[in-house]
Design a protein around this ligand. Structure first.
Ligand SMILES: O=C([O-])CC(=O)C(=O)O
Ligand SMILES: [Mg+2]
Length: 388
């Protein structure tokens, strides 16, 4: 297989909501189509990629560094020993002449291409991506469906406690059993009222609620909130301090008894390894949220999973950030603990196939070839427009 052309664009995924750290009024992302020379039913196979929410588009880096390297490579440099497209070998080509460190600068750009290459490889094999990943990188026996939780509970202008409760009831009605809300964007007493309002909707069961600080707290506030919420027995307390403040996380983990989750703003094997070495993360209860789409793609995510296994971590303790269809396939194929979901947010890229149904908090990745973005009608229209 050869890639004959690459088409890149930037689209908005903006909204009026905010977490403790940013609003999403200018949020956007890169989309990519890789057109191959393989023709099926009279049409070339096309691999699609996009970047997950939370980081802005990486279109310039793609256009100036990653895609030129792929274009200039010898065609066989992108193939495996069987002559099939190898996302892992293409990854090495993209990273030629890149020094180590500084991962956040380019990990999104590489992740977008890595996603499109995996989409293409699975389409060339005529199988859904979870099957391709399971056969190539896993044990050949993927999970049939994946635990998903509904993320929301953002701050928004004029949003009342009743609005927050209605939002959460909507998630339960849609088939979710565990929900997530933002904290840290108000003071402690107001956030406790918000948390208790949501726990009421969950029938008093705090273990079905996650709270997310988006990296806002200093150590003192992290501990203060931790002591106030420990009694609720929450599912997890997320990204409490700055994502790179491993000492803060380690101190918090000595004080806070219930699960902690973090990792959505770690973009490399090396960052994730530092979290495990220095962040006090506890393999019997905590969760790692590295998002493959933001952090150099599945090629790097496999290295993260290997590192975690060597440190005694089960893949079930990984629940990626991002709420997108790429990680859903990865979660099923590599037996992760689950995947995030944002019902209705970050459109058109976010979420799963239009036909996907969440039942008792689980969803299947679907059986269209590749990632199956063709099953997300509005997004597919945008993607098709990229390459005509
Ligand atoms: O608000 C955001 O940036 C999204 C986020 O943290 C999450 O999905 O966990
Ligand atoms: Mg988060």
């Amino acid at each position: 297989m050869r890639i004959v052309s690459a088409h890149v664009g930037t689209i908005p995924i903006s909204s009026s909501m905010r977490n403790a750290y940013i609003d999403f009024s200018r949020m956007d992302c890169t989309i990519l189509a890789l057109v191959s020379d393989v023709v099926v039913d009279g049409r070339p196979l096309v691999g699609y990629g996009f970047n997950s929410n939370g980081r802005y588009n990486a279109t310039a880096i793609l256009n100036e560094r990653m895609l030129p390297r792929l274009r200039e490579a010898a065609p066989e440099d992108l193939l495996d020993e069987n002559g099939e497209l190898s996302p892992a070998r293409a990854w090495d080509v993209m990273m030629r002449n890149e020094k180590p460190g500084g991962h956040g600068e380019r990990s999104v750009a590489v992740g977008v291409v890595d996603m499109a290459l995996h989409d293409l490889a699975a389409k060339a094999a005529g199988v859904p991506l979870y099957r391709w990943i399971s056969d190539h990188y896993g044990d050949g026996d993927p999970d049939g469906d994946v635990f998903v939780y509904a993320a929301g509970g953002y701050y928004a202008p004029g949003k009342t406690l009743e609005d927050l409760q209605d939002e959460m009831r909507g998630f339960l009605d849609a088939g979710y059993e565990v929900v997530k809300m933002k904290i840290g964007g108000a003071d402690l007493s107001e956030d406790l009222r918000r948390i208790e309002a949501v726990i009421d909707v969950l029938g008093g069961d705090g273990s079905r609620l996650m709270v997310d600080v988006n990296g806002k707290f200093d150590l003192r506030t992290a501990l203060e909130y931790g002591r106030a919420i420990d009694r609720y027995g929450l599912f997890w307390y997320e990204e409490v301090g700055d994502p790179l403040d491993y000492a803060l996380n380690a101190t918090l983990s000595e004080d806070y008894r219930n699960p902690i989750a973090t990792g959505e703003n770690l973009f490399s094997l090396q960052d994730a390894r530092n979290l495990i070495r220095y962040g006090g993360m506890r393999p019997d209860r905590d969760f790692v949220q590295v998002d493959p789409a933001l952090s150099y793609g599945l090629t790097e995510y496999r290295r993260v999973l290997d590192m975690l296994a060597r440190h005694g971590w089960s893949s079930r303790r990984c629940i990626p950030h991002g709420g997108h269809q790429f990680s859903l396939h990865i979660a099923a194929a590599l037996k992760l603990g689950g995947n995030e979901s944002y019902p209705g947010e970050f459109q058109p890229t976010g979420g799963f196939a239009d036909e996907a149904v969440v039942t008792r908090g689980r969803v299947a990745p679907g059986d269209l070839p590749g990632i199956g973005l063709e099953g997300k009608a509005k997004f597919y229209e945008v993607l098709r427009g990229l390459h005509g």
